[in-house]
Design a protein around this ligand. Structure first.
Ligand SMILES: NC(=O)C1=CN([C@@H]2O[C@H](COP(=O)(O)OP(=O)(O)OC[C@H]3O[C@@H](n4cnc5c(N)ncnc54)[C@H](OP(=O)(O)O)[C@@H]3O)[C@@H](O)[C@H]2O)C=CC1
Ligand SMILES: CC(=O)N[C@@H](CCC(=O)OP(=O)(O)O)C(=O)O
Length: 344
């Protein structure tokens, strides 16, 4: 049994960590922080957790208490892990960061996209990008893991087989993505109000979203060179879910794409390549640590269309974070993560 801490326990990804870890046989949540709810019992704020964490209360972030844990999750806005991760690592606590603080390898690029200087550039060399489907072996020994963003997870998984095999032109890739409103976090924001977000849909960040450099970095690694990506995110009136529709231009010698995808993900417990002709729905992954993919070649032409769905809070954040924890501590990869999706 290991002890874990969660910084940012009142947000959507924090409470999702609690829900998943409640079923984890080898993990005990020892500390959970919130500055605004310090002193409150977890089960009082989140009655769905009654009976699971009855002794646990939110507390102010206390470095000594966090350092007594084997691992600490950061489910906080960007910048928070920059400030605290170095101290925890120095005291022997491993860090799993759900924010974007350590996802980009280049501190200058991070500063440009996040509008503030990188707060811990000295840790970037040892940070491991926590996409198990590409980095499994490095994650096992990592002390600091940067859990990928939600859009970056859905987009990279959908494009990896095509770019790794050189099947598509890396100069012309399009990712048209839709997210539910929990992607924007639990903080009060006007665009997340029911009257603003329901019965409507809109794009945002079309000329540059902060996930663009992260996705480009990952796809570039897969392709072995730069990838020109057009990425347009949209806000849709659903609570959870990401739907990515991905377009690539095939070369003349593209083979059996269905077989390519099935081979690439044959041993992956959290990627499901659906039968040819499928159209995965976001509700088929709601609450589950799963990415469902379908690959299409409309009219047998040169454009490949990949459909990729995840739950932004599970495979797009907290579930993937627990998967990383399982790898880092040598647990069964699926521990705490074997629940199927909820339908409807
Ligand atoms: N929502 C999603 O779908 C996804 C989110 N992420 C990332 O995960 C992180 C958390 O997201 P989400 O759960 O949605 O965010 P929320 O806004 O819902 O929650 C943020 C949490 O962080 C705490 N917090 C805020 N500021 C600080 C601070 N300065 N020091 C310590 N704690 C702080 C808050 O509690 P309090 O203020 O009380 O301390 C709260 O518990 C973000 O970086 C986000 O980008 C990644 C993938 C998907
Ligand atoms: C709907 C919505 O607002 N989504 C967020 C992305 C989700 C997220 O939390 O970003 P990370 O994965 O990088 O942490 C956005 O576009 O900024």
């Amino acid at each position: 049994m290991i002890k874990v801490g969660i910084v940012g326990g009142t947000g959507y990804t924090g409470v999702e960590l609690l829900r998943l870890l409640a079923r984890h046989p080898q993990v005990r949540v020892e500390a959970i922080t919130s500055r605004s709810e310090a002193g409150l019992a977890v089960s009082e704020l989140y009655p769905n957790l009654r009976g699971h964490y009855d002794e646990l209360r939110f507390s102010e972030p206390d470095p000594a208490r966090l350092a007594a844990c084997d691992a600490v999750f950061f489910a906080t806005p960007h910048g928070v892990a920059h400030a605290l991760a170095g101290d925890l690592l120095a005291r022997g606590t491993r860090v799993i960061d759900l924010s974007a603080d350590f996802r980009l390898r280049d501190a200058e690029e991070w500063a440009q996209w996040y509008g503030q200087p990188h707060g811990a550039p000295e840790l970037l060399d040892e940070a491991v990008y926590g996409l198990p489907e590409t980095n499994r072996e490095r994650i096992r020994t990592a002390r600091l893991v940067a859990v990928p963003g939600c859009y970056p997870t859905a987009v990279q998984l959908g494009l990896l087989p095509l770019l790794e095999s050189g099947s598509i032109d890396p100069g012309r890739v399009i990712a048209d993505c839709k997210s539910g409103v929990t992607g924007a976090g639990r903080g009060a924001k006007i665009p997340s109000l029911l009257a603003e977000a329901s019965e409507s849909m809109k794009s945002y960040g079309a000329s540059g979203h902060r996930h663009l450099p992260e996705i480009r970095q990952g796809l570039g690694d897969a392709a072995g060179g730069p990838v020109e990506l057009t990425f347009v995110p949209h806000l849709t009136p659903m609570i959870r879910g990401i739907h990515a529709t991905l377009y690539g231009q095939l070369g003349d010698d593209a083979g059996d794409l269905q077989a390519l995808f099935e081979r690439r993900f044959a041993d992956e417990p959290f990627v499901d390549v659906m039968p040819a002709g499928s159209h995965p729905e976001t509700r088929s992954v709601k609450g589950a640590n799963m990415c469902r993919l379908a690959v299409h070649r409309p009219g047998g032409g040169n454009t490949v269309v990949v459909l990729s769905v995840i739950d932004n809070l599970v495979k797009g954040a907290s579930g993937q974070a627990v998967h990383n924890l399982n790898l880092m501590f040598g647990f069964d990869e699926t521990a705490g993560l074997d629940a199927p999706a909820m339908l409807p």
